[in-house]
Design a binder for this molecule. Sequence first.
Ligand code: CTP
Length: 407
Amino acid sequence: HYDTFNIINLMKEKISNRVLNMLRLLGTYGTEFGVPVYVVGGFVRDLLLGVENLDIDLVVEGNGNEFGKYVADQLKIKYLSHEAFGTCSLFFKDGFKLDIATARTEYYEEPAKLPKVEISTIKKDLYRRDFSINAMAIKLNPEKFGLLLDFFGCKKDLDNGIIRALYSLSFVEDPTRILRAIRFEQRFNFKIDENTLDYMERTIENNYLEKVTGTRLREEIEKIIKEKSPINGIKRLGKLKIISHLFPYTYYTPTLENEIIKMFAFYDLLNKENKKYIENTNKFYILLYVILQYTSIDVLEFIRVKYGLPKNFVEKLVDVKNVFNKINKEDIKFSEIYELTKKFNNEQIIFLASKISDKMREHFYKYLKKLSNIKLPLNGKDLKKMGYVRNEIGIKLDELTKIELDK
Ligand code: CTP
């Protein structure tokens, strides 16, 4: 028993002609090739929510790779196969990309490792997915174009705003789903279902997050902080004690939460008013500076390697910690701030801003504004002409900068 609805009218209303025609064409090719073709996952979820999503995932009941090749031949477009996963990608001439998979039941040899793949039907393929809201498919073959397949009460959960895991071992098999649940919860302002939350908490307590590679965890954390109000996601990570499982011997406290809030606020302020300080910054590094500032040095080195952070990450963190107290004086002159922070990159600047009093932060912001607009009476070239040599030029420019800053 399952629900089917024909949602062709919704598709006509919400999907651009370009994409709708492409979906119809893919369905036609499916019938020619003799396989049922479906669009699945996030695209279907977002269509029902009325949100645009250009990330199209297809599943075929049959050989996805051969079907992909067939389509690529017909359209004379680029085809790339990802052998290990039994999937392929098609690249359209206008830059559009499409992923095609074979309907499959993934089975996991060992929890938290990437799955092995077995061929199966669409229902099983949908059942092994993360949450009910992501487990619907729309059929594309012409005879049934627009048929929504909902085997597990998915649409009802979507309508009620519920994040529900489809089976109790879902998080054990793929602990990154814990972070995905939090991301979707925040993005759509949904609620995690009670049993699902229970499975999540047990998986966290039993140290399954620790089994996942740093690269995969980092990707998920980065996605959380790309969402609109990342602080809500971080608060949830804190409440569920996930922070301590992602970063050993690191604890989420009210003080830390406050500093993270200030960091994001300062980041947003610069992003709005003075983009120069945001260019080339990595928000993930800034967040980690704040979270890891209380963690001991030997543990930090382990975390640095695990998450693929730069070699000088710990050094840069410590350099900022060393100026916390020196800079928190209300009567500090701009030239003194310059002297303390001139070697900092923008990530360190934003981290520092999370550590100072509100009044001081206003002062610091004015300092940054003045520094970014500064015009010196002489530049390096002029000084060279005047006969100064290399390191003298640096010292002289610093001097001139400080004079301008205090004017
Ligand atoms: N999926 C899953 N378990 C994961 C990751 C993905 O079951 N750990 C499934 C879900 O069905 C998901 C689909 O794969 O809808 C595609 O995943 P992805 O592109 O990562 O996410 P989307 O759901 O498309 O979300 P977003 O809008 O963030 O891209």
